[in-house]
Design a protein around this ligand. Sequence first.
Ligand code: PLP
Length: 402
Amino acid sequence: MPALSSRIARTELAATFAMAARARALKAAGKDIISLSLGEPDFPTPPHVIEAAYEAAKRGETKYPPLSGTAALKEAVREKYRRDQKLNFAPENILITNGGKQAIFNIVMAVTTEGAGDEVIIPAPAWAGYEQTVNFAGATPIFAPCHAAENFVLQPEALEAAITPRTKLLILNYPNNPTGAAITAPALEALAAVMRRHPDIWVLSDDIYEKLLFDGRHYVTLAAVAPDLADRTITLTGVSKTYAMTGWRIGFLAGPQNIMQAAALVQATATSGVSTIGQAAALAALTGPQDFLAARAAAYQARRDIVLAALEAIPNLRCHRPEGAFYVFPDISACLGLATPAGRTLRTDTDFAAALLEEAHVAVVQGSAFAAPNFVRLSTATSEFTLREACDRIRRFCGSLR
Ligand code: PLP
């Protein structure tokens, strides 16, 4: 059989997909599985957004789109940054992508050179997609450790320690997947101070969870906090998480013109412009009513509170308090070394997640998928009723370990 590329050999499908697939298989076999493994809002896409897509299709917006996005959507993205962050981007500073994922792919491919030893700094715990993309590109992921004691926020010393002459890109992600950590303006300023000493490094700020912040917190982003770094700061947002539009595949990149052109070239090579129907939908999302977003953030906050209260009552779990996004990330290290009623010894977080699925029928994702062994990630993007039942199962599972 003809061989596949080394790029394929070094790229693994994220464990989030693997766990979801196993959960689906058990469900198909008739088991009552609660899945907390996928990072996807359970709310529906707002009806006015769906209507706008339908109207666009009927109007004939069904031809090849401009590579960098429709003029109307780019204008709406510019307005969003003006409104939310007082950031002024020109149309040439905006690129519409096929979801946040393609935005990250475009940037990593645009700034790293395969086989050249280029490094990308990923503060860990981190969403698995970054490591996968960096490996695919033939660069090296360098994980900068972030700790619960520091709210899982990247510290300037850890950033400085991770930088080498080969560093090409730093990826920031707040609110964070998987920890739910948010960042403050002073903490961003401290990171900006480090970056000023290293003028050859790009920064990608993945703000895909920008609107999902709790306890009265406000979204801040590097581009607004450190305007002097504008010539190398790239900001990523999108509609997937904010407007419950994961299936529409629309993301937004904002940054200097040269990197936007390079990112557009990557996109031109892979997919060309983004679905016209999806762009019409995203336009309606950005320009339509925004008041429901606060209600959704409040719903996620209430779910966080339910899950935290339940998990904090379990003696062998330790839980950090998420400040945004829709994940809870308990430390399960006190469970390791113990055995389940079915006789499985839990040596790793992966053993824990697998046993929890097989024996307690709750699907979560092992922390090692996020470069954070000894943790598991629970998604709270499901009903309060389901979350209570899931936490009850987790409590019984943890209590049964010997
Ligand atoms: N960035 C982070 C941190 C994510 O968690 C995700 C999705 O899980 C993405 C980017 C990808 O977003 P999209 O669904 O728009 O591709």
